[in-house]
Design a protein around this ligand. Structure first.
Ligand code: NAP
Length: 278
C-alpha cells in the first residue's frame, strides 16, 4: 500500500449492491475508511443536492452507476458527479464500466473529462448475476433461466475479484491513474454451461433456454418495465452477447498477480449458502 493511501477515506457508491458491498468490505480490510453511499445513506444519483455531503472531505470514490453504465443518462450523471467530486478535492475516482459495451464509452469519456485522477474497470458479466439480482428468483422457483445469452461463451467474473482490483487501484499510488483495466474470469462458459455448473453444485435440475434479445425485451415490457429502459437493455444484450466478448481479459492477473476466482468455486459457495434452493 502506498504511503499516501493510509487514512484514505473512500466513498463507495452502490454500497448495498453486488460490487459496492464487496468494494466496501475489501477497502475496510485494506485499512481504508469507507463512506457508504446509496439512497439508504442519503445519496441519490438523480438528486444533485445529495452529492456534496457525501463527497466532502473524502479522498477517493468508487463510482457505480445504477442499472446500466450504458444507459442514456449515465454519461451525464457520471460527468456531473465527477466534476463535483474533483471540485471538492475528491480527485481519485474509480468507475465500474462494462467490457465491450459501446454505450459505456460515453460515461468513461465523461469521467476522463472531469480532470480526476481516474481509473476505469471494464468488467465482464458477473458470476453473481446468477445468485443476486433479477435473474435469481426465476432460476430458483421455476428451475429455468430464460435469457438472451444464446450459445455465446462469456468469461463470468466473481465480483470479489472486481472489488480486489478496485482496492488495489486505489491503494497503489498513481500506478493505475489514467488507465482502463479490463477484467474477466479465468474461463469461457456459455450461459447453458454456467447453469449446468450451478445445477451440479446445487444438486437439482436447472435448465437454460435461449431467447432473442427482442423477445426478452417484450417479456420485460410485459412485466411493466418502461419502454425507455427496455430499449437500451435490448441493445446492450444484442451487443454484449454477439460474440465480441467471447475472450478472456487478464486485468485481474495484471493488477493482483494471481488468477481470477473460478466459476466453479462461486457456484459451490453460493449453492452451499442455499441460493438456488426451491
Ligand atoms: N451485471 C453485470 O454483469 C455487469 C457487468 C459489467 C458492468 N456492470 C455495471 O455494473 C453496474 C451495476 O453495479 P452492481 O451490479 O454492483 O449494482 P447493483 O447490485 O445493481 O446495485 C445497485 C446499487 O446502486 C444503488 N442505487 C440504485 N439506484 C440509486 C440511485 N438513484 N442513487 C444512488 N444509489 C442507487 C443501490 O442501492 P439503493 O437501492 O440503496 O440506492 C445499490 O447499492 C451498472 O452500471 C452496470 O452497467 C454490470
Amino acid at each position: 500500500m502506498a504511503e499516501n493511501t493510509r487514512n484514505m477515506t473512500v466513498v463507495v457508491t452502490g454500497a448495498s449492491g453486488r460490487t459496492g458491498s464487496r468494494v466496501a468490505q475489501a477497502a475496510q480490510a485494506a485499512g481504508l475508511t469507507v463512506r457508504a453511499a446509496s439512497r439508504a445513506h442519503g445519496f441519490d444519483w438523480e438528486d444533485r443536492s445529495t452529492w456534496a455531503d457525501v463527497l466532502r472531505g473524502a479522498d477517493a470514490a468508487y463510482l457505480v452507476h445504477p442499472s446500466d453504465i450504458g444507459a442514456p443518462n449515465a454519461a451525464r450523471a457520471v460527468g456531473l458527479l465527477s466534476h463535483e467530486a474533483v471540485g471538492l478535492g475528491v480527485r481519485r475516482l474509480v468507475l465500474l464500466s462494462s467490457r465491450g459495451q459501446e454505450g459505456a464509452r460515453a460515461a468513461e469519456e465523461a469521467l476522463r473529462g472531469s480532470g480526476a485522477d481516474w481509473t476505469v474497470v471494464q468488467s465482464a458479466w458477473f458470476a453473481q448475476n446468477f445468485s443476486e439480482g433479477p435473474l435469481v428468483a426465476e432460476l430458483r422457483q421455476s428451475g429455468q433461466l430464460v435469457f438472451p445469452g444464446g450459445e455465446v461463451p462469456e468469461p463470468f467474473i466473481d465480483v470479489r475479484d472486481i472489488a480486489d482490483v478496485v482496492v488495489a487501484a486505489l491503494t497503489d499510488g498513481d500506478r493505475y491513474v489514467g488507465r482502463a483495466v479490463a477484467v474477466s474470469g479465468p474461463r469461457l462458459l456459455t450461459f447453458g454451461e454456467a447453469v449446468a455448473e450451478i445445477a451440479g453444485a446445487a444438486g437439482r435440475e436447472l435448465t437454460y433456454r435461449a431467447v432473442s434479445a427482442r423477445r426478452y425485451g417484450e417479456t420485460l415490457t410485459g412485466f411493466g418495465v418502461p419502454a425507455e429502459e427496455v430499449e437500451p437493455l435490448v441493445e446492450a444484450f444484442e451487443q454484449l452477447l454477439d460474440g465480441r466478448n467471447a475472450h478472456l481479459s487478464d486485468g485481474v492477473r495484471q493488477v493482483l498477480g494471481r488468477e481470477p476466482r473460478d466459476f466453479a468455486d462461486f457456484a459451490r459457495e453460493a449453492a452451499a449458502a442455499g441460493t438456488w434452493k426451491p
